[in-house]
Design a binder for this molecule. Structure first.
Ligand SMILES: N=[N+]=NCCCCNC(=O)[C@@H]1[C@H]2[C@H](O)[C@@H](O)[C@H](O)[C@@H](CO)[C@@H]12
Length: 447
């Protein structure tokens, strides 16, 4: 039974939609850009489920004005996007590519003319390949490479961007790129993963320090959080839940909010877990202005000793609804997650920087795309977000993932999250029913 009571979000609540550079831009080597590690990785045989790459994607690098017009049609107040590091610094550091900066200046100018607030993420997984070849995030120097890149963006684009995020989902870089090898750079290393996580957070902290020197506006960190449940009341499954919670939800936030890593990580990584300098842990506590939370689902965990850390596996729930990603639709987990962050980390300002669902949408017919399941997913999660506000969470805004159907990393183009459908053979955009639903939510500032 759909709750039909109307709800209204606080005045000034910020409504947006989100994308990322490698997933939408295409033209990865245009105008002097250097290759990213995702350009390299996606061209490896069998790396991507449908053989897709980011070579064209949504052609946003060339169609950005059309896409800003779509954002206006949706009434977006903000647009979250990421900057391609290797467009700005083709070798990752040193020589600046002016044409790369010029693209983002053009995009920012169109957004500001449209009254849409830019929210720029410095790193959304696409590391310059030249830096990957020097060890990437496993190289302790990566934090300084990132800080130098950040300085350039704050200096060159800072007057046009009010909201910045340093990193998008460091957990995915570690888990998918260094533990399971299904994302760039495709490594599987219990020795590299903890250092990669640590250097990502060092980079975040140095990036915030660079912002304090050169930036304007506000800066935050974006993490993916997923409430963990136990598959049974037995002690083994309860322990698995606790390990999974430490591994995904606490690893990065404890690092930057508490200056320590969960004890469970040293236990589950054993001799692979390094000793981190106290000076490093103090750096991690560099204060930042907001927390970006990406929420999609929950997971129900049982003990799986044979698996790599966190030695757990998720259990499918009978009778539950799942998206095309195999993620359970569980809106109440969003309220719970927001409350947990408020209570554990001192009530920080929060933006939901991503929330959305992949469903198998029909092709556009007479200019319409019926996606009722996505409408209901969004409705349920907006209600859950509003409940968190009612419970006192300092929630400032919400960004739907995603503006456009796009390149879903190792899964290619088959998984579609967009409020707007993209026909990749023609690049035609069609606003889905969920896009019109979201437009009305923004206009009403509520449901
Ligand atoms: N294990 N497990 N459970 C699920 C963990 C989810 C982590 N992945 C995300 O949050 C990614 C985020 C990314 O920013 C975006 O670039 C992706 O397109 C979306 C959709 O995939 C989401």
């Amino acid at each position: 039974m759909t709750d039909s009571s109307s709800i209204r979000f606080p005045d000034g609540f910020l409504w947006g939609a989100a994308t990322s550079a490698y997933q939408v831009e295409g033209s990865p080597l245009a105008d002097g850009a250097g290759p990213s590690n995702w350009h390299h990785f996606s061209h490896q045989p069998d790396a991507i489920a449908d053989g897709g790459t980011g070579d064209v994607a949504c052609d946003h690098y060339r169609r950005y004005e059309e896409d800003v017009a779509l954002m206006r049609q949706l009434g977006l107040q903000a647009y979250r996007f990421s900057v391609s590091w290797s467009r700005i610094l083709p070798e990752g550091r040193g020589r600046i590519n002016p044409a790369g900066l010029d693209f983002y200046r053009r995009l920012l100018d169109r957004l500001l003319e449209a009254g849409i607030q830019p929210c720029a993420t410095l790193f959304h997984w696409d590391l310059p390949q030249a830096l990957q070849e020097q060890g990437g995030w496993a190289n302790r120097d990566s934090a300084n490479w990132f800080a130098d890149y950040a300085h350039i963006l704050f200096r060159e684009l800072g007057d046009k961007v009010p909201l910045w995020a340093t990193l998008n989902e460091p957990w995915v870089v570690v888990n998918d790129g260094y533990m399971h090898g299904v994302h760039a750079p495709g490594h599987r290393s219990l020795d590299e993963a903890p250092w990669v996580a640590h250097n990502l957070l060092r980079a975040h902290a140095l990036g915030v320090q660079a912002f304090r020197a050169d930036g304007q506006g506000q800066i935050g960190l974006v993490v993916n959080l997923e409430p963990k449940y136990a598959a049974s009341v037995g002690p083994d499954d309860a322990a698995a839940m606790s390990r999974a919670h430490a591994y995904m939800n606490r690893w990065f936030l404890d690092g930057v909010m508490l200056g320590s890593y969960p004890d469970e990580l040293a236990e589950m990584f054993g001799q692979h877990w390094p000793r981190f300098d106290l000076a490093d842990m103090a750096l991690l506590l560099e204060p930042f202005d907001f927390l970006g939370i990406n929420y999609y689902t929950r997971s129900v965990n049982r003990d799986a000793p044979q698996n790599p850390p966190p030695h757990a596996e998720s259990v499918r729930q009978e009778g539950a609804e799942y998206t095309e990603m195999g993620w359970e639709v569980f809106p109440e987990g969003l309220t719970r997650t927001l409350q947990w962050v408020k209570q554990r980390y001192g009530d920080p300002p929060i933006y939901i920087t991503e929330n959305g669902a992949a469903f198998a949408d029909p092709p556009a017919h007479n200019g319409r795309v019926a996606d009722p399941r996505r409408v209901e997913y969004l409705r349920g999660h907006l209600r859950a977000a509003h409940e968190a506000i009612r419970l006192g969470v300092n929630l400032k805004g919400y960004f739907a993932w995603s503006l456009l159907d796009n390149f879903e990393w190792s899964l290619g183009y088959a998984k579609t999250f967009g409020l707007v459908q993209v026909d990749f053979s023609s690049q035609r955009r069609t606003i889905k029913d969920s896009g019109y639903f979201y437009r009305d939510v923004i206009a009403r500032n509520g449901l």
